[in-house]
Design a protein around this ligand. Structure first.
Ligand code: GCU
Length: 429
């Protein structure tokens, strides 16, 4: 089946190639490194050593001193600082269908009013709950790239009215019926329901459109009050904040076990899931699918996409301070293994794909490896592998990891492993 999802993937690859060509072509820009023996030496900060040199020797010290210190560094230098839960936050359930998808699921659609106002920023949450499972059910919460209506051909899903790409570039384009199910390959809903999980999803463009217009669109203006700082939240932080607001809703939904919500995302939305898990400890499990640079991959390891490329191509994703580290990764006071560690001791899963060199699979594995001491200090088994596992051979401790055959995508194989991982940690098997 050639679907819009395939088209999206091809566009993604094309984009990566174009980005790559740009880097090589621009005077003074470094070529992209794909050679393991060309990775320059680098030194990672020790997650178990405080900025003042003190060693972290207990779980208590991690929780009360080091974790807050690392979190602050990421807010200040990488993703930016997000607002608290808005006082006026409101939810409006506009669809409740007990017999959706041929009777397999209950469908619920909810508008999240971020400021409580109809004319303020808002996002639609789509929820499918298995009819065959005892409620409340655990859920996977995931942002989608193309609109809720693209995750399934279910004609009752409300068409997204937010900004959309039109395939040619960045444009404001209304979604049409033709886009229904376009991203369905990344949402194996039947499989998810059959294993007793709920699926909750929001279109990321509802929260913040994915292009740079000086933070005048999406949720930013409602909370920035005209003041932007070098550490103000970027788009990744905004998307992550939106996931927390979705969890605020799920906590009110009696059919969902809000203590068992796994946050998951692919690619830029995998970066987002990791930041959401770091900022919001209510997420029970945190899953990064092919998140790469600015996500699970180490920044100081120069391989594939770099901080400089991220900042050049996506100036709206991170906070302004992050630009200081373009081609100066050694100066970063944090690295991405510490982002993984911010989820500890909660289970975290990082997945790579062998064809996704742009995302640096080895750098993603190494992040897990270097987060392991934190997990062990906290009394979990950490990552049960010293070396990178072979293809399609997942390892699952408190940290899970796999590298899959194939390219940059979120596949049924990935989902099956995430559900195995959730089953394991929820004691469902
Ligand atoms: C580009 C970008 C990556 C990102 C990816 C995606 O390839 O360079 O950082 O993860 O898009 O979100 O699809």
């Amino acid at each position: 089946m050639t679907s819009a999802a395939d088209l999206w993937n091809s566009l993604g690859c094309l984009f990566a190639i174009v980005s790559l060509a740009l880097v090589v072509a621009e005077a003074g820009g470094p070529p992209v490194n794909y050679e393991e023996d060309q990775v320059p030496p680098y030194t990672l900060p020790d997650p178990l050593v405080m900025a003042d040199g003190a060693k972290v020797t207990s779980a208590e010290m991690w929780r009360t001193k080091r974790r807050p210190e690392i979190l602050e560094l990421f807010r200040t230098h990488v993703y930016g600082r997000s607002p608290a839960r808005p006082e006026g936050l409101a939810f409006k359930v506009f669809d409740n269908e007990p017999q959706a998808l041929g009777g397999k699921a209950m469908r619920r659609q909810v508008t999240i009013l971020f400021t409580g106002k109809e004319d303020g920023p808002k996002a639609d949450l789509l929820l499918y709950l298995p009819n065959d499972a005892r409620r409340p059910v655990p859920a996977f919460l995931i942002l989608n790239f193309q609109g809720n209506h693209a995750v399934s051909t279910d004609p009752a899903i409300r068409l997204s009215a937010s900004w959309h790409r039109d395939g040619k570039g960045v444009e404001k384009n209304k979604a049409t019926d033709a886009a229904r199910g376009a991203e369905a390959s990344r949402f194996p809903i039947d499989r998810i329901l059959a294993r007793g999980y709920a699926l909750a999803t929001i279109y990321y463009g509802d929260i913040d459109p994915d292009f740079h217009d000086g933070f005048k669109n999406g949720v930013h203006p409602a909370f920035d009050q005209g003041r932007r700082q070098p550490d103000s939240w970027g788009s990744i932080a905004a998307w992550a904040w939106g996931l927390s607001r979705a969890l605020d809703y799920l906590e009110t939904d009696k059919d969902v076990d809000a203590k068992r919500v796994a946050v998951l995302g692919h690619s830029r939305l995998g970066k987002t899931a990791l930041w959401a898990g770091a900022e919001d400890e209510r997420f029970a499990i945190v899953i990064s699918n092919n998140s790469g640079a600015g996500g699970a991959a180490l920044s100081k390891r120069i391989y594939g996409e770099t901080v400089e490329v991220l900042n050049r191509n996506f100036p709206h994703w991170f906070c302004e301070n992050f630009r200081k580290y373009s081609a100066k990764e050694a100066d970063l006071p944090v690295d991405q293994h510490e982002l993984i560690a911010l989820s500890a001791p909660r289970p975290v899963y990082v997945a790579s794909a062998v064809g996704d060199r742009w995302a640096d699979p080895r750098g993603e594995f190494l992040s897990c490896h270097h987060a392991d001491p934190v997990y062990r200090l906290l009394g979990t088994e950490g990552l049960p592998a010293k070396e990178m596992p072979g293809l399609d051979s997942p390892v699952m401790g408190a940290i899970g990891y796999h590298i899959r055959t194939g390219g940059h995508d979120l596949t049924a194989y990935d989902w099956d492993r995430y559900m195995d991982f959730a089953d394991k940690h929820y004691g469902r098997k």
